[in-house]
Design a protein around this ligand. Structure first.
Ligand code: SF4
Ligand code: SF4
Length: 76
């Protein structure tokens, strides 16, 4: 979780190379704004990504993710 006065809406970001495609973040997001990519990362996992709108910055995805550094949530 990060506070950043330079952004005007909360968002989440996935580091595709650190993601293992477990989908835990997809399941916990109350806004259903995380999806799994059709693409593969270099470890052959399908990484999660933010679909681009309506994140509330609640942080549930961040706390659910077992991979350190894979998810960043930024709040204004
Ligand atoms: S911070 Fe909350 S609303 Fe935003 S993507 Fe994560 S779980 Fe969904
Ligand atoms: S919880 Fe973490 S490792 Fe699992 S799909 Fe989401 S970002 Fe990837």
């Amino acid at each position: 979780m990060t506070n950043n006065a330079a952004v005007d809406a909360p968002f989440m970001e996935v580091n595709a190379e650190l993601c293992k495609g477990c989908q835990l973040c997809v399941g916990v997001c109350p806004k259903s704004v995380i999806a799994i990519s059709d693409d593969l990362n270099s470890a052959s996992y399908h990484p999660a990504y933010y679909t681009g709108a309506d994140c509330t910055g609640c942080g549930l995805c961040f706390y659910a993710c077992p991979e350190p550094g894979a998810i960043k949530v930024v709040k204004p």
